[in-house]
Design a protein around this ligand. Structure first.
Ligand code: AR6
Length: 208
């Protein structure tokens, strides 16, 4: 990627609160109306309209990013989640953010990967991104941050999952309802995942 603005510029130029400097390790901003960002670090630190949680069907918490979000949001998040009656794989439900800097949490349930059912899993993961984007925009979110859904405990191969994420976000950005969205932030935790996103983002969001 040629001209890569720093995350400082990204955060200064938007309404996002700048995360602590030690949390900022890397950022890539590709083109397409400045809509896409890559952020490496803790999603619970982002002050955006909505962060997405890679939850399980119970919506009652777990490990990974789900555990981190519940930990940071505090017990009121779990209280609201208890009223939602769970969530199907590929679907999404929205709550308030409580103790998080983010206004909303979109809880989506990714597929548990199995190579024998790769096509079905891909459709379910696609659906996670689509329904999360839809429900966020229905709730007037203009900024949304996604973790890499299903690629941790649920063991979806990172490269396949990243292609699905980028393809579906691109499709949404190109749609009429997608024009209401100002920024989609892909949040990665590991260096490996960061380099996968860095190499694939330009294929789906070519620099101008
Ligand atoms: N910020 C951003 N990304 C994170 C964070 C964080 N604080 N913590 C972990 N990740 P996972 P899944 C990354 O396992 O595969 C839970 O128990 C992590 O490195 O959280 O969809 C749920 O309750 C990985 O890249 O979600 C479910 O039972 C990505 O987030 C199950 O895990 C997703 O990993 C869901 O599994």
């Amino acid at each position: 990627l040629a001209a890569i603005p720093t995350i400082r510029k990204l955060y200064d130029s938007s309404e996002l609160k700048s995360p602590p400097a030690d949390k900022i390790r890397h950022n890539v901003e590709a083109s397409l109306l400045d809509k896409i960002s890559l952020y490496q670090g803790d999603i619970t630190k982002l002050e955006v309209d909505a962060i997405v949680n890679a939850a399980n069907k119970s919506l009652l918490g777990g490990g990974g990013v789900d555990g981190a979000i519940h930990q940071a949001a505090g017990p009121h998040l779990l209280e609201e989640c208890r009223t939602l009656n769970g969530c199907n794989t590929g679907d999404a439900k929205i709550t308030r953010g409580y103790g998080l800097p983010s206004r909303h949490v979109v809880h989506t349930v990714g597929p548990i990967y199995s190579p024998l059912e790769a096509e079905e899993k891909a459709q379910q993961l696609t659906s996670c991104y689509r329904t999360s984007l839809e429900i966020a925009v229905e709730n007037n979110a203009r900024h949304i941050a996604f973790p890499s859904i299903s690629t941790g405990v649920y063991s979806y191969p990172i490269e396949d999952a990243t292609r699905i994420a980028l393809e579906e976000v691109r499709r949404f950005c190109d749609s009429e309802i997608g024009s209401k969205l100002e920024r989609v932030i892909f949040v990665v935790w590991s260096n490996k995942d960061r380099s996968v996103y860095e190499s694939l983002i330009p294929q789906y969001f070519p620099p101008v």
